[in-house]
Design a protein. Structure first.
Lengths: 615, 341
């Protein structure tokens, strides 16, 4: 039978199924292969907080979305072209986001009466014709096919049944013209000790691929050409891995041992997992008894001369608050990563949000300034983590890195950085040459940065005491003097203000003045950039500025803002940065605030821009 | 042949451990005695001063590091043990001391204390127990006896107290000891033992608060009563106490009881202390708050278990032995990569 091959620019696929159906794995494998094929990609895993919500329930639906393209893309995309729904609940939850005319692939085996009722269907939508008007429906009994494929193997039905996700993957590989070999070698590694599972999964994968090839149901395959990416060596990367690599890079470049103290919390735990496996990089990981000990252990490690790092998410950061104040007072270098999630309280542990900006900036008692840098993309997490370490060590201060659930678990093809080109990190521990008349002044400051010396235990002649009580300027002795307290408050603030000198001139995407400026930070960069590109194509006078440092803010930001008639700030919070921008620069920045636990879609931004400047 | 230089250990005096800060505890506070004994015994421990770190939390006792001329960090309430853990893991060559109190170490910081003990990081904890909150001016503490009348319990406290030693035993501490502020020689010996122990040493020091809880341990320090109220423990020695050591502890069907040496019982009936016996140590720890028994002081329990900080280094060495020292360049380029031309 003749199959046609059609070239398309861009495809968005969503794999959806029950938590136990292996949708994250399926999505991950599709991503890996697609990345190697040279497409630009952006992914968004979307999974429930419950490890195993009741099978077949709406709450238990887990999904993975991938946007891949021959063009430069910035987001996982909005409406999807292909929806793989492994059960009725997945169909119910995700159907509304499938484009009309889109491809809907379902596993009929799980459309049982029980599952249908569970998902709230009165009749089987695959049988009652209700879907055909809207979508291109492919109802396949995947479970039956994989059982047949493995019928000569002595494996329990249940075990074979679990390979149905590999069938779906194989089918998608066929439809989008991708090779299966990368996945096969991955399977061989993953199940090295269970050859029978390698065999079953490979058979399921091939069964899916061959199903596309041989049956007459599928008549068209789609091709997405390679994207025009800058030359170099690439890998696919997720944000949490990139953060970890950035930290290890900073440790190696600064020649310091990396000490990571932390407590498991979604969605930051992977940083602990990754670093724990890198002991041969002289990485010490300490799984503390709680968030407070995670934080305070790194204060101890920083005092002792290690590159000290912790990572957590909002609730954990809240617990670290008091200790962060001590870190500010003690003026010790360390990095705190907040992988933001939906709040308040336990909130939405597995969903993304940008609502911890105020917490990072102000979440402590007293005047306790901490620099804040935010990552824009999964790959950018490497650079922000590295930069945070560099600044922490240079200015002797804790530094916050804000990422979020979307960046942490989302992925993109990543041009591997050349380590030699990273900005050097020079660390010089204090020695006795610093003594003045035989006396050591722990709070004597570097004139340029205002950083105090790092005098670590083990250094003879520099024995000294520090603590959380207010310090006397210079000596660091306890002081209750009012003038001294005022002066020290100013010193601590000025030191952070000085970091502004590290921030390069702001990059404006588009014209340097115009009708509207989209101002973004963190993970919303992609949607804002995509929206700006679309608007510029329509000759709208819209530009885009993305902020990397949120404390301090770049020197030139004020003069940029006033050159635009409108400033629009899309944020996944109730307008935290826009409040700061309004207060700092007295501009009428407008918010686009959608707190739904997922990235803001470019369409909503475009809609809002058009409303403000008139379409 | 090259000159061979013998590196002599630095010699210190008590003054070398005395900082230039004036001590600000209330006159007559038991903390003075503990500070004095510490400064007295440290020159003999054979540790270079620059390798010593004192970490404290918040409370009267926690001012301690300011007065020791070593590296010191006066941190936040309850977290000294966690901060010290970071210090010791970051540099296992340091001699790390935690000074804490019954409020700091057992109330707000109780969680960190028990986890430090179970991990067995090579840190020395000195817990000053005065059974009261001093710095906040006299509220009852987690070690105050039931019915304690204080500012926050005008009708008497209702909660049952912690016994720091049974808590330490329960948390699987590898070294559990107690001393009393007034018993200077004993305290010196206990500080030395703490230092020598590899792993977390938990030393409780009964400390009198003259202002808010005076006489809390009077029966153990008064000349007339102390013989009957203190049980001095020594490894391998019978558990004797009382005037002229005429009383002893024996086990009667596994139940401890007090015996008078004389016609009925001889020294052979008296239980011999064994620091390595968990059951004996737990039994002794339980004597506290039981009025019939004397309060034990000395080393109740000391066993050898590899300290956490050493295991951390070992694991890293093994990982390097297995994979070679990691390079970030290799790590960045590992996994599936592809080239775009």
């Amino acid at each position: 039978m003749k199959k046609t091959l059609k070239n398309v620019e861009n495809v968005i696929i969503r794999f959806a199924g029950d938590s136990g159906d292996g949708m994250q794995l399926t999505g991950g494998r599709f991503t890996e292969t697609t990345a190697i094929m040279g497409n630009d990609i952006s992914t968004l895993p979307d999974y429930p907080a419950e490890i195993r919500a009741p099978a077949g329930s709406l709450a238990g639906v887990s999904a993975f979305q991938i946007n891949f393209s021959s063009k430069d893309i910035h987001t996982p995309g909005d409406k999807v072209d292909v929806l793989v729904a492994m059960n009725p609940a997945a169909l119910k939850v995700h159907m509304n986001e499938l484009e009309h005319g889109g491809m809907l692939i379902c596993n009929t085996a799980s459309f049982t009466k029980k599952n249908l009722t569970y998902a709230g269907y009165e009749s089987n939508p695959l049988a009652d014709g209700s879907l055909e008007d809207f979508f291109n429906v492919f109802a396949i009994d995947m479970s039956k096919i994989v059982l047949e494929a493995c019928s000569d193997m002595d494996l329990p039905t249940k075990t074979v049944g679990r390979t149905k996700n590999l069938f779906a993957l194989g089918l998608l590989f066929w439809i989008f013209d991708r090779p299966t070999e990368t996945t096969k070698s991955w399977l061989r590694k993953k199940f090295a000790k269970r050859p029978e599972l390698i065999e079953a999964n490979v058979r399921a994968l091939d069964a899916g691929y061959n199903y596309g090839e041989t049956t007459e149901i599928f008549t068209t395959r789609y091709m997405v050409d390679k994207a025009d990416l800058p030359p170099g060596t690439y890998r696919n990367i997720v944000g949490n891995y990139a953060v970890s690599l950035g930290l290890v890079a900073a440790a190696e470049k600064s020649n310091l041992p990396l000490f990571y103290g932390g407590y498991p919390i979604t969605p930051a735990s992977d940083i602990l997992h990754i670093l724990s496996s890198l002991k041969h990089h002289n990485v010490k990981t300490f799984q503390a008894e709680d968030e407070i000990a995670g934080m305070t252990s790194i204060i101890g490690a920083a005092f002792t001369g290690n590159l000290a790092v912790t990572a957590s998410s909002g609730p954990g950061i809240a617990l670290k608050g008091e200790a962060l104040g001590l870190a500010v007072m003690a003026e010790l270098p360390m990095v705190i990563v907040n992988v933001q999630r939906g709040g308040p309280s336990t909130g939405l542990p597995t969903k993304t949000e940008q609502s911890d900006l105020f917490q990072a900036l102000y979440g402590r008692n007293g005047e306790a300034p901490i620099p804040v840098i935010a990552s824009a993309t999964p790959g950018d997490c490497f650079y922000t983590a590295y930069e945070a370490c560099r600044i922490a060590l240079k200015y002797m201060t804790p530094v916050f890195v804000l990422t979020d659930g979307y960046l942490a678990n989302g992925s993109e093809p990543w041009l591997i950085p050349d380590v030699d080109n990273l900005e050097p990190i020079e660390v010089k521990f204090a020695d006795t040459s610093i003594l003045i008349d035989g006396q050591f002044l722990p709070y004597m400051r570097n004139k340029e940065t205002l950083a105090r010396p790092w005098a670590i235990p083990g250094t003879s002649g520099l024995e000294h005491r520090i603590g959380g009580l207010e310090k006397e300027d210079g000596t660091g002795n306890v002081s209750y003097d009012p003038e001294n307290h005022h002066q020290m408050t100013l010193n601590r603030q000025q030191k952070i203000n000085n970091i502004v000198n590290e921030i390069p001139p702001t990059d404006i995407y588009g014209k340097t003045s115009g009708d509207l400026l989209i101002l973004s930070w963190g993970g919303t960069k992609g949607s804002c950039r995509s929206a700006t590109e679309d608007l510029q194509k329509e000759d709208k006078l819209v530009s885009h500025v993305h902020l990397r440092w949120l404390n301090p803010l770049p020197k030139d930001l004020g003069e940029i803002l006033i050159r635009f008639k409108h400033v629009l700030m899309p944020e996944i919070n109730m307008g935290q940065l826009s409040k700061i921008i309004r207060a700092e620069y007295l501009v009428d920045a407008q918010g686009l605030n959608l707190v739904k636990g997922k990235p803001i879609s470019k369409h909503r931004i475009i809609e809002k821009v058009n409303k403000l400047i008139g379409s | 042949m090259a000159d061979v230089k013998t590196v002599e250990k630095k010699k210190y005096s008590r003054m070398d451990f005395t900082s230039d800060q004036s001590v600000r505890w209330c006159p007559g506070c038991g903390d003075y005695a503990i500070l004095a004994q510490t400064q007295k015994v440290f020159p003999d421990l054979g540790i270079d001063r620059e390798n010593i770190v004192f970490i404290s939390g918040i409370g009267c006792s926690s001012r301690f590091p300011y007065y020791m001329n070593t590296f010191g960090f006066h941190t936040i309430h309850g977290r000294a043990t966690a901060i010290a853990s970071g210090v010791k893991i970051a540099n296992p060559d340091l001699s790390v001391w935690v000074v804490t109190g019954d409020g700091d170490g057992l109330s707000i910081g109780g969680n960190h204390t028990i986890h430090l003990l179970r991990r067995n990081i090579n840190i020395n904890v000195m817990l000053f127990n005065n059974r009261i909150y001093g710095l906040t001016k006299g509220q009852y503490s987690p070690t105050s006896e039931v019915g304690k009348i204080t500012k926050s319990t005008p009708f008497g406290s209702l909660d049952r107290p912690f016994n720091p030693l049974t808590l330490a035993m329960g948390a699987q501490a590898t070294f559990v000891a107690r001393s009393v502020d007034r018993d200077t020689k004993h305290m010196q010996a206990m500080i030395e033992r703490s230092h020598k122990h590899k792993g977390t040493s938990f030393l409780e020091i009964y400390q009198n608060c003259l202002i808010f809880n005076d006489g809390a341990f009077a029966s153990m320090t008064n000349k007339e009563s102390k013989a009957d109220h203190v049980l001095h423990l020594e490894h391998g020695q019978p558990m004797l106490f009382g005037n002229e050591n005429k009383k002893g502890i024996r086990l009667n069907d596994n139940v401890p009881e007090i015996i008078e040496l004389g016609d009925t019982y001889s020294i052979d009936d008296v239980l011999i202390h064994n620091e390595q016996d968990y059951v004996i140590a737990s039994m002794l720890a339980n004597f506290t708050y039981l009025d019939i028994f004397p309060d034990p002081v000395g080393v109740l329990y000391a066993i050898d278990v590899p300290p956490y900080d050493e295991l951390v280094v070992q694991q890293i060495d093994e990982a390097i032995g297995q994979h070679g020292t990691g390079s970030i360049k290799e790590l960045l380029n590992s996994g599936n990569t592809w080239i775009v031309e």
